[in-house]
Ligand binder design. Structure first.
Ligand code: PEP
Ligand code: MN
Length: 347
């Protein structure tokens, strides 16, 4: 049983309930998004508790059957959650673009791509330093060297780093160098990693496992929030279906479904869903039209030579097309969210 206190309730009042009505039970007290929650860990005499608690003036809501997730739901918090990274807000009025190569390959590669992106108003630079590759023979990433490259170049250009943590051992390094920590699709149900992400002081972008349901996706997000980190961005990146002409199938329905269920911001990665660069622009447009708070795309200065995911990486020219289409189209797609984040050119 979960007891959600009214907003603004003081700890003294919570302690009073704990020491009187709930004195017989083991209770866990947590506080998220400005609300205090009591989890009653034992089985309870429901009728008695409900009657007593409903009569108090400080209880907002009681959830009888413990659901796999509730902190991330709109039932718990109806207003959208905004996540700030420096002066950028994710989940706010303007859709966010996170862009960069699949992997950090070399200093000059990141510098070239980052300059290009920055000149097009992009502030969130992605790139994997630790790569979760399906094959052990594929490029595994530059690890700490890669993190340092991202950090230095992002600092030089006034950008922010989005990069993946693949295990708990290296999590601390990623946390030190990143501004947003990515948990990849293959790790969506790596519960020790999710718990570690919950203790992180930086926002997390959690990608949907390609064989996971939306319920499992939200349960994974709940782990992170429950363990202490309220700043989670969800990322739909395609799921496995019987269709073989795309790498995965972008689940567009997941966007409005998630928007109904959760207050967390949602971004979409059309690159991994498509697996093929010619499909990325229409999928990105569809994602924004369906209500996504942002997109994450792979871009490379020489995609055919990329060490990872070159086939799905946009060329610079294609990225320019994508951006101009999003800038011109987005305000007509979305009544309230107007594309206003275009920054002056970087020189
Ligand atoms: C990535 O973003 O490069 C990546 C590996 O994505 P996913 O975990 O969605 O496959
Ligand atoms: Mn990739």
């Amino acid at each position: 049983m979960i007891v959600i206190m009214k907003k603004g309730v003081k700890m003294d009042d919570v302690e009073h309930i704990r020491n009187t009505i709930l004195s017989r039970y083991n209770i866990e007290v947590i506080s998220r998004y400005g609300k205090i929650i009591l989890r009653i860990l034992d089985s309870v005499n429901e009728g008695f508790i409900l009657k007593k608690l409903n009569n108090t003036y400080i209880v907002d809501k009681i959830i009888k059957n413990e659901a796999p997730y509730f902190l991330v739901t709109r039932e718990f918090k109806s207003q959208d959650t905004f996540i700030s990274i420096g002066d950028i807000v994710i989940g706010g009025k303007a859709p966010t673009v996170i862009a960069g190569p699949c992997a950090v390959e070399a200093h000059d590669q990141i510098k070239t791509i980052a300059y290009f992106l920055r000149n097009h108003g992009i502030r969130l630079l992605r790139g994997g330093a630790y790569k979760p590759r399906t094959s052990t023979y594929s490029f595994q990433g530059l690890e700490i060297t890669g993190l340092k490259i991202l950090r230095n170049i992002a600092n030089e250009l006034g950008m922010y780093v989005v990069t993946e943590a693949v295990d708990t051992d290296s999590f601390g390094y990623v946390e030190k160098y990143a501004d947003i920590i990515q948990i990849g699709a293959r790790n969506m149900q790596n519960f020790s990693l999710l718990k570690r992400a919950g203790r992180a002081k930086k926002p997390i972008i959690l990608k949907r496992g390609f064989m996971s349901t939306i319920d499992e996706f939200l349960s994974a997000a709940e782990y992170i929030v429950f363990h202490g980190n309220p700043n989670v961005i969800l990322c739909e990146r395609g799921i496995r279906t019987y269709e073989r002409l795309t790498r995965f199938t972008l689940d567009i329905s997941a966007i409005p479904v998630l928007k109904e269920l959760t207050h967390l911001p949602i971004c979409v990665d059309p690159s991994h869903a498509a697996g093929k660069r010619s499909l990325v622009i229409p999928l990105a447009r569809a994602a924004i039209a369906a209500g996504a708070d942002g997109i994450m795309v792979e871009v490379h200065n020489d995609p055919d030579m990329a060490l990872s995911d070159g086939k799905q990486s946009l060329t610079f020219e294609m990225f320019e097309t994508l951006i101009s289409q999003l800038y011109s189209g987005v305000s007509s797609y979305r009544e309230k969210k107007i594309w206003t984040f275009m920054q002056p050119s970087f020189s």
